[in-house]
Design a binder for this molecule. Structure first.
Ligand code: NAD
Ligand code: MG
Length: 407
């Protein structure tokens, strides 16, 4: 029985996770679940959740985050699914890391903001986290990797990694790396759907509205990540997420646009061999993999049939039409926590600005670029969580001020 906590149970990821509990009755005990608002929805979701016992429920806009942070420490859970939106995920991921609780991480923003603090803690927790050591640092983590996946490299150990990605691309990379020696990785390549504007001309890009940005062709997701997917900032954040999760240097992480979203990402090895993880576009598979590791759970997805996808297309991303991705790639080259924090917090504020009609669609990248060009960003000590939080606050404040000028 896996004892589980879920942060953001009413969201797109949270609801699908509840579905997995239902499809795998008897395997999980949901100890607690949170939503930010929508108490009734949280209650109805958890009434028939297919797990043992009655979970504790927290509505964080009413009670704040402290009772949840306490539960992470006290509830004796085996895994915490962090699936809240945007920068809100960080404090929960950090609390889990400090409490030695393994995290199934959907909230990529946690790592983009705090990867430099979180990953060393996860690594100390041991288990699979050791696999993430070493490629960019010149160390060889093959031994560490096999510590996790079994010395014969055939069977994964039953040790749950201290952090396991839910994001489909990172789950794909994780799965493609199983049983491999990290020192033989030539590069990891994240695939991107390209979003709804993949085929837009530059003049069409100029006319994008909030409503257009909230429609995604392949995935049904929360509003923030839907907008991020349309600007391709989502892929930018994922580059940084991958940099931390797999300890990859920036020149070994690439993006390829793949409109069908069948290849979820791939790893190229130095002998030329390439391991890709594929499937129909559904978050159920990566969520189930993260929650059930090392076992594969029931998801209810149809058996994958390659014949349904006789042609798959791949193209290079266009950072002229998608400047947000270009900004993230630049940030990756600089590879400093303050730059990642600036990028992420500015984007968070700008997307909220689009959603409440304060700025236009093309202003999002302008806000991010403005923050990355600001000197204050480079002057804050980001080595502690307090430092990270105060930089997030400052970036949000400065972004909001700048957004007023854009109106
Ligand atoms: P969503 O907007 O559908 O749901 C967000 C959840 O977080 C809700 O339960 C909401 O109540 C809660 N929440 C919102 N604001 C909060 C706050 N301030 N404090 C605490 N909880 C808060 O989002 P989603 O699409 O499920 O995405 C959740 C996370 O997973 C994001 O970080 C996203 O990038 C990541 N992710 C999502 C998908 C996807 O397919 N939806 C795929 C990969 C990664
Ligand atoms: Mg993703």
């Amino acid at each position: 029985m896996i004892r589980l906590g879920i942060i953001g149970a009413t969201g797109s990821i949270g609801v699908q996770a509840m579905g997995i509990l239902n499809s795998n009755r008897g395997r999980f005990q949901l100890k607690f679940a949170t939503a930010h608002t929508r108490r009734a929805e949280l209650e109805s979701l958890t009434v028939n959740h297919g797990s043992h016992g009655v979970p504790e429920l927290f509505v964080t806009s009413e009670v704040g985050s402290q009772p949840v942070l306490d539960a992470i420490h006290l509830e004796n859970i085996d895994i915490l699914l962090v699936a809240s939106e945007g920068v809100s995920g960080l404090e929960y991921t950090y609390a889990a890391a400090k409490a030695g609780v393994p995290v199934a991480l959907a909230n990529k923003e946690s790592l983009v903001l705090g990867g430099h603090i979180l990953m060393p803690i996860f690594a100390e927790m041991g288990g699979g986290s050791q696999m993430f050591g070493g490629v960019s640092g010149g160390g060889v983590s093959g031994d560490a990797f096999s510590t996790m996946f079994g010395s014969a490299n055939t069977q994964p150990q039953a040790v749950r990694p201290s952090v396991i990605p839910v994001d489909s691309e990172h789950s794909a990379i994780f799965q493609s790396l199983m049983g491999q020696d990290m020192s033989s990785v030539a590069k990891i390549v994240l695939t991107a759907s390209g979003g709804p504007f993949r085929k837009f001309t530059p003049s069409m890009m100029a006319g994008i509205t909030r409503e257009m940005a909230l429609f995604h062709p392949n995935w049904s997701m929360g509003q923030k990540i839907t907008v991020d997917s349309s600007t391709m900032m989502n892929k930018g954040l994922e580059l940084i997420e991958a940099r931390y999760l797999f300890d990859m240097p920036s020149d070994k992480i690439d993006v390829v646009v793949h409109g069908e979203s069948i290849v979820h990402s791939y790893v190229v090895f130095k002998d030329g061999a390439t391991m890709a993880q594929m499937g129909i576009p559904s978050m159920l598979a990566p969520i189930a993999f993260a929650l059930g590791y090392p076992h594969r759970l029931e998801t209810g997805l149809p058996t994958f049939d390659m014949l349904k996808y006789p042609t798959l297309s791949f193209e290079a991303p266009d950072t002229v039409r998608f400047p947000a991705l270009g900004l993230a790639q630049e940030a990756l080259k600089v590879d400093k926590p303050c730059v990642y924090i600036g990028l992420n917090a500015a984007n968070d504020t700008a997307v909220a600005g689009l959603l409440n009609d304060t700025i236009g669609y093309n202003d999002i990248a302008r806000v991010v670029a403005h923050i990355l060009d600001s000197e204050f960003l480079y002057k804050t000590d980001t080595s502690t969580m307090d430092g990270v939080q105060s930089l997030v606050d400052e970036v949000q404040h400065k972004s909001t001020q700048y957004m007023k000028k854009l109106r």
